[in-house]
Design a protein around this ligand. Structure first.
Ligand SMILES: *[C@@H]1O[C@H](CO)[C@@H](O)[C@H](O)[C@H]1NC(C)=O
Ligand SMILES: *[C@@H]1O[C@H](CO)[C@@H](O)[C@H](O)[C@H]1NC(C)=O
Ligand SMILES: *[C@@H]1O[C@H](CO)[C@@H](O)[C@H](O)[C@H]1NC(C)=O
Ligand SMILES: *[C@@H]1O[C@H](CO)[C@@H](O)[C@H](O)[C@H]1NC(C)=O
Ligand SMILES: *[C@@H]1O[C@H](CO)[C@@H](O)[C@H](O)[C@H]1NC(C)=O
Ligand SMILES: *[C@@H]1O[C@H](CO)[C@@H](O)[C@H](O)[C@H]1NC(C)=O
Ligand SMILES: *[C@@H]1O[C@H](CO)[C@@H](O)[C@H](O)[C@H]1NC(C)=O
Ligand SMILES: *[C@@H]1O[C@H](CO)[C@@H](O)[C@H](O)[C@H]1NC(C)=O
Length: 640
């Protein structure tokens, strides 16, 4: 071959090698993994280990009878031994792992890991940054298909691989890497769990405490020191006895205070204090006794609410904080305690209360309670008299009764909801909130049924009226559908606070729909939509009825009475407005509050006005034979 070409080939090879060497060094800035196949003789073989503390190099060499790992690389481990291996005919696949942070050297051979070195500490300065040094070729025996982190270096048989080490600040490098990873927090917890350390482990990005749970583990208090910048923000944890898995004698639990908020990016409303708890090889859920986490944090303003949230571990990539599984106890504006029944990462979510302040909240609460009480009694009285009526089986009586029952339920729940919210039982409050929503929807549905039923009686006199069960399905069945759907989706019902203007620290708590964008949407579609439908159809009905009967005798005679009935009915429908428009002038709010809570009473009033009108001669009393509309209705009902 032409000597020039040969020289050129050599330069090219050198250039490639230089490139390769640099690549290896940058790729493996911390951990090191070398794998290869050891071609050996068929007679006895052994593994030679000769490791010393320091930071020079690691030499992995092989000949026909032995595979040896030598060098000065570890922080704490001196190990020198010759281990006999079982004879094997073919090449033996092996890997060498070096994790400098944990000072851990592992040899994998025949699919089993042997730990050659490990220490009880997480290292600060460590020896890695391994760059390939000398490689000595061999004829028959040695290491073939050697790879670093899966990248094949060469297919040739090499007798000796040498890697030179350099000292790095591996805690810092580790943390820098963790904050770039999508599961960086997991990486940190994992490393601490895998280290043999017990007690406090300090990293630039996290502060961990490792607790060993022995057989007699009976709960434990942990204090996690705060990040250096905010010395007062310590976190107190209480680990209950039930945390120890029953099937193992001992287990390790790692509690970590993450200092770097970048680990949990994309959650602007979550405070920087994030704590993770995990138990070795376990996924812990449904603890009978909760883990208690007491956060000390920056001041929560009076117009903000702090809620305990936990990381949704079901979502791998997405950052998602959930409120389920944790109960929030407000201790002070700088302290919040979370009681959680599962283990993951926990934090405090701070939300600005969108609720506008309500003036004279106490007076309004009182008026509403009294009004509701009157309504409850009125509903009960009305129900009994509807049942006692001669025509108790009459369809309109049944429809009235449906509305009365729905309104009774609504008033009762509305009165009770404040008390129930103060019990602090989340599940109960969610259930009552859903029930209250159901009662509201049911009441609105029954109003719609009333309107529809009246329409039927006046306009469809000669077609048979729908079966009673259809009305009941509309009034009681239909509203259950959206409530069940919303309840199963979670997060829609729960505690809601109404802020009084005078003292924001004493909000009025109630169980209703929670505050979120999704809930607001549901509220507008369901509640406001239904209300608008009921009110507008009521107005149309009023117009139609007036047109139909305006030239009849009874209309002339009972004009005032008719107007008053419809007036009451309309009033009755529109008063629910209070829930929908919160910013009204104070007088209007008072007015609405009074009228709204007295709905049951108005219902009773309407009923008795109607009854009186029926009894008046000439107004189509049950027995009379005038050709009144009512008479038509009755005939129609008898036919059906
Ligand atoms: C193989 O290498 C080991 C040490 O690396 C050495 O002690 C041994 O003598 C070598 N065996 C042969 C046959 O060269
Ligand atoms: C390991 O051995 C070296 C000498 O070979 C000694 O200087 C060093 O202190 C030893 N390290 C430990 C942790 O025993
Ligand atoms: C590999 O491991 C299996 C059991 O896991 C054992 O039976 C076998 O002898 C081992 N082979 C060598 C070459 O060590
Ligand atoms: C051996 O340990 C390494 C490093 O921790 C790991 O990646 C590998 O899966 C382990 N191998 C076996 C067989 O457990
Ligand atoms: C490689 O071989 C040369 C001689 O051929 C020897 O001087 C050198 O020490 C060997 N390198 C290693 C790392 O064993
Ligand atoms: C080395 O790799 C080549 C190609 O990937 C393969 O054909 C060969 O069997 C490997 N040698 C050993 C000893 O595993
Ligand atoms: C943990 O601390 C609480 C008070 O903060 C105390 O009541 C409890 O007894 C402590 N538990 C243990 C196991 O030390
Ligand atoms: C909350 O209150 C603080 C002062 O108490 C005020 O600066 C801030 O604007 C308020 N935020 C809202 C959304 O009302």
């Amino acid at each position: 071959m032409d000597p020039g070409i040969r020289t050129f080939g050599g330069i090219l090879l050198l250039a490639l090698l230089a490139l390769f060497g640099r690549q290896v060094a940058t790729e493996n800035d911390k951990d090191f993994k070398l794998c290869g196949s050891w071609i050996h003789g068929s007679h006895s073989r052994d593994l030679i280990v000769d490791l010393k503390t320091g930071c020079e190099n690691i030499i992995i060499s092989a000949n026909d009878s032995s595979l040896s790992i030598r060098g000065k690389i570890t922080a704490q481990c001196n190990r020198s031994e010759v281990r006999a291996l079982d004879p094997s005919p073919g090449p033996t696949h092996f890997c060498v792992f070096w994790e400098p942070l944990l000072d851990m050297l592992i040899m994998e051979m025949n699919n089993t890991n042997t730990t050659l070195c490990e220490s009880r500490e997480v290292q600060t300065m460590c020896c890695t940054d391994l760059s390939s040094g000398a490689q000595n070729k061999s004829q028959h025996h040695g290491i073939v298909n050697a790879s670093i982190h899966g990248d094949i270096i060469t297919g040739d048989a090499i007798a000796v691989y040498e890697f030179k080490g350099g000292v790095i600040d591996c805690k810092k490098v580790f943390c820098d890497k963790a904050v770039q990873e999508s599961r960086g927090a997991n990486m940190i917890e994992d490393a601490v769990m895998r280290s043999k350390a017990v007690g406090s482990v300090d990293l630039p990005c996290a502060q961990s405490v490792v607790v060993k749970m022995n057989e007699d583990f009976a709960g434990y208090n942990v204090t996690l020191p705060a990040p250096h910048s905010v010395p007062a923000n310590t976190v107190l944890l209480y680990l209950p006895a039930c945390l120890k898995p029953a099937r193992s004698n001992t287990a390790k639990v790692v509690c970590t205070y993450f200092k770097s908020s970048t680990l949990f990016q994309g959650s602007a409303d979550v405070l920087d204090e994030v704590v993770g708890i995990s138990v070795e090889n376990e996924i812990i859920t449904h603890l009978p006794e909760p883990v208690r986490i007491k956060f000390h944090h920056s001041d929560i303003l009076a117009n903000q609410t702090a809620k305990c949230v936990s990381w949704d571990t079901r979502k791998d990539k997405e950052i998602k904080w959930r409120m389920e599984g944790c109960k929030t106890a407000h201790i002070s504006s700088k302290e919040t305690e979370c009681c959680c029944n599962h283990l993951t990462y926990f934090a405090i979510l701070v939300q600005v209360n969108p609720t506008r302040k309500v003036h004279h909240l106490q007076a309004l609460t009182f008026i509403t309670a009294v009004g509701c009480a009157v309504s409850i009694v009125s509903c009960a009285v009305l129900f009994i008299s509807l049942c006692r009526k001669r025509r108790a089986k009459d369809q309109s009586s049944l429809v009235h009764r449906g509305l009365v029952v729905a309104l009774f339920l609504l008033c009762l729940l509305f009165v009770l909801t404040g008390t129930i919210a103060n019990l602090g039982q989340d599940e109960v409050c969610q259930f009552v909130g859903a029930l209250l929503h159901y009662a509201l929807l049911s009441t609105l549905c029954w109003m719609a049924v009333e309107v529809l039923h009246t329409f039927w009686m006046i306009y469809m006199v000669f077609s048979p009226s729908p079966k009673t069960c259809i009305w009941y399905l509309l009034g009681f069945g239909l509203p259950a559908l959206p409530v069940v759907i919303l309840a199963s989706m979670g997060n829609f019902y729960g505690e809601r606070m109404v802020m009084p203007s005078d003292d924001v620290s004493k909000p009025y708590r109630m169980c209703w729909m929670t505050e979120s964008h999704a809930t607001l949407l549901a509220h507008f579609i369901l509640n406001v939509g239904l209300l608008a439908a009921v009110v507008s159809s009521g107005c149309i009905m009023l117009f139609l009825v007036a047109r139909k009967i305006h030239n009849r005798d009874e209309w002339r005679r009972n004009r005032v009475a008719f107007l008053s009935i419809w007036g009451l009915s309309c009033l009755f429908g529109t008063t629910w407005m209070l829930i929908f428009f919160e910013q009204l002038s104070e007088t209007v709010v008072f007015f609405f509050c009074i009228i709204n809570s007295l709905q049951g009473f108005f219902l009773m009033l309407r009923f008795y006005v109607l009854e009186r009108m029926r009894k008046k001669p000439g107004f189509g009393t049950d027995g009379s034979s005038t050709g009144s509309t009512r008479q038509h209705m009755l005939q129609a009902q008898e036919k059906s």
